[in-house]
Design a protein around this ligand. Structure first.
Ligand code: SF4
Length: 223
């Protein structure tokens, strides 16, 4: 039975398949300054202080979403969903009237050489797949970069098929890692300097796995 995928793990996999394997198979974890900064920002976004309603929209933070269609089978938590009143929008359970659904995902740092990172966009595309499934809508999606305080609209209407193919390919590859139950080797050219698990990764050791070492020691009666 294929694994249901948590949206937040897609970025781990895109950043480095080995990191994904260490986190998801070995349950390894370690933080560095980048992880702590991102956590602090998300704690603030999710603390409820962003929830509000006025005559035009209802804003909710930390919204659970999912899509259990077999080609996706995803779940996750969106930083922020804005329900914007619109005559042609979708009916939202618990709200009067009709609304456009707008996803806003917060990121600490904007890239310097382009409008957005593809890995950020894919994470939000996965949220869109879930939001559209839950609310039967065609949601808009934005990235908000805290350092520049700018929202960037993501081109999902124009490039839906491209992002859909990318997402499905990633989901297949991620599920393959989980099925094989092996930590992938370090990718050629992988940059490791910003990785929070580099002290426990041993990137040069091809198939290193703490669990496998312990299990083989157990099998051999060494422990
Ligand atoms: S240290 Fe390098 S190879 Fe290891 S998980 Fe991090 S990015 Fe991947």
């Amino acid at each position: 039975m294929p694994e249901t995928v948590n949206i937040r793990t897609i970025q781990h996999f895109m950043y480095c398949p080995r990191r994904y394997g260490l986190l998801e198979l070995n349950k390894d974890w370690s933080e560095n300054v980048y992880v702590v900064k991102a956590n602090i920002m998300h704690e603030h976004v999710h603390d409820g202080s962003h929830n509000f309603s006025d005559g035009t929209k209802v804003v909710r933070s930390a919204v659970s979403i999912y899509n259990d269609m077999p080609e996706y089978d995803l779940y996750g938590v969106a930083d922020c969903i804005e329900f914007v009143k619109a005559k042609t929008g979708a009916a939202i359970s618990g709200l009067d009237g009709k609304y456009k659904v707008r996803i806003v995902e917060y990121k600490p740092k904007a890239p310097q050489d382009k409008a957005f990172r593809e890995s950020d966009a894919i994470q939000v595309f996965a949220q869109k797949i879930c939001a559209d499934f839950v609310w039967k809508c065609d949601s808009e999606a934005f990235l908000y970069y805290s350092d520049t305080r700018k929202r960037v609209k993501l081109p999902f209407s124009e490039e839906f098929d491209k992002y859909d193919l990318m997402l499905k390919k990633l989901l297949d590859e991620m599920r393959e890692v989980m099925e094989q139950n092996k930590i992938p080797p370090r990718r050629r050219g992988q940059k490791c300097s910003g990785c929070s698990v580099k002290d426990i990764c041993f990137p040069k050791d091809k198939w290193y796995s703490v669990r496998e070492i312990i299990m083989s020691m157990k099998r051999d009666g060494e422990i």
